[in-house]
Design a protein around this ligand. Sequence first.
Ligand code: ADP
Ligand code: ZN
Length: 657
Amino acid sequence: MTKIGKPKFNFTWFYIVAGGILMSILLFGEDGKNQLKEIRYSDLREYIAKGYIEEITVNENGEAEAYLKKDSAGYVFPKEILDEKSRQIVITTIGSTDNFDEYIFEMKQPDENGKVKFDGSLTYKKENGFFSNFLWSVGPFLIIIIFWIFIMRRMSGGGGGAGGGVFNVGKSQAKLFDKNNTPTITFKDVAGQEGAKQEVKEIVDFLKNPRIYTELGGKIPKGALLVGPPGTGKTLLAKAVAGEANVPFFSMSGSDFVEMFVGVGASRVRDLFRQAKEKAPCIVFIDEIDAVGRARGKNPSMGGNDERESTLNQLLTEMDGFGTNSGIIVIAATNRADILDKALLRAGRFDRQIHVDLPDLNERKAIFGVHMRPLKLDPSVDVDLLSRQTPGFSGADIANVCNESALIAARKHKRAIDKQDFLDAIDRIIGGLEKKTKVLTQKEKEAIAIHEAGHATISWFLEHANPLIKVTIVPRGRALGAAWYMPEERQITTKEQMLDEMCATLGGRAAEETFIGHISTGAMNDLERVTKQAYAMVAYAGMSDKLSNLCYYNNQEYSFNRPYSEKTAEAIDGEVHKMITEQYERAKAILREHKEGHAELAKILIEKEVIFAEDVEKIFGKRPWASRSEEIFDSNGSSETQTDAAPQESPAEAEEE
Ligand code: ADP
Ligand code: ZN
């Protein structure tokens, strides 16, 4: 994609010069040797009556130019400025030409002495000449056409280059990387992300040995969707797939498809796949797929975005169009899988979703390892420390830290990059990053650790709470921290189970209040869940004392009438409040009882960022009800996540792991 640096003829100058010439012809077209004076209409009549005027021309707008007789010019123009060689003209505007005609007629009649005051000609000019007229009729169109050409050149990408211009709008602008023009990227360049790597390795296999799969009648996937926050290495992974399979790699961003003109996006999609088919087997990578793949028709009031929809439809058509063994695999990346059109996620399209998350401590260490390889390091550099100092950093941020540290060291004329350079680089990245990604301060990290340890402690000591698997304080997506539980598969739930769960969910806030001394918005997601659950228990399941055995469930979706009285509503509110308060107090009591254990848990969490059930067991001892949880652990591999969403965002309920 290099541009050839040939000198190019710049059209802008041509336009400016041509415009200038036209303007001067318009303005100074007539011979420039006239002396003009603007006068009043009454003056003109007077001059005519006095016989100063030789001839008069009047144009369409009633503007009159009256040529003074040579010998009379001196009466009108002061002697000092009078130029013998030029003609003197007075100009004025005539109100009514009829009146003026009459007046001239009068002046042409000989008076009593037989003298005629005005014997010259009076001409009404219809046009100011052919040329300017022509310009006025054609000029505007000319300007519009020039403007249009200008816009088109702009749109088709920075002047178009050779053979560019208007006709290239519908061409895809995909970048092609193949072994000739880029160093290959392999899985070695992607640190951490083991899960994601495992999944994309399969794709490499498909590309390398398609026969193995097709001979058994299997269908090779057409697409995979990489989902994760920016900078976590989605592009890198896709490139690594291409590198490992040794196939060409087409890269394009979803926003490149979206243009002002209707039909452009669709034709770019068509062109992209045409190119890809020529190079198959290959990988087509579409970054930011949400730019085209957003769910259709979600917002009827906006009238939809027809251009984006037709682009999306074209993409779907293309993906359906090529056979499963054509050797094209489309990998798309997004950080919002939830807003994508369902049609994109259907079988035969992007049916595989691969999650690429922010790296945890060990992964960050590995990423530092990758990016430190080319650097000259001082022995003082401590990778462990750096990884611990960078919670919430993405792979791209870490790459950035490594690069920045080299620049800082170079600025100080050092021979190798030392620890302090790295720490300075981290500070700089955090300073510049604050708004971009979630980077936690030490204080926030502590608060989140205390909160999550609260959940963990309480769920450990409640018989019916779901068994804990792991707790993390690595921000993932919208959540700042998370606790994973193994949910029990049950068809009916007892009141005790629900209350225990409620108590564990409230444990985060209870820990904040008990051990930090003030509460925060970090528990909002917890509270929302607890409140909903309590209402369901009281109003639908009849589980409260005052309203026992009553179900006010209303299955009509849009009903404005509650099936209970105002008084009952108050009672429900009261019972819900009572229930939540009781569980909250219970949570606080458990935490006070196991204060030391909780503190230790929080401490380990800050250090390691992730703790597992074993770590908790070391602190609190075996759970008396552990046997049951192990049983479940063996029988099913799924788990449930409980997250604490950041306050400003809509809470994510449960995430599948
Ligand atoms: P995304 O596509 O997810 O926004 P990229 O793949 O463009 O992120 O990553 C940007 C850069 O960050 C990469 O070029 C690489 O240098 C670095 N990077 C990100 N993740 C990793 C990783 N897991 N291992 C090594 N480098 C990484
Ligand atoms: Zn919580």
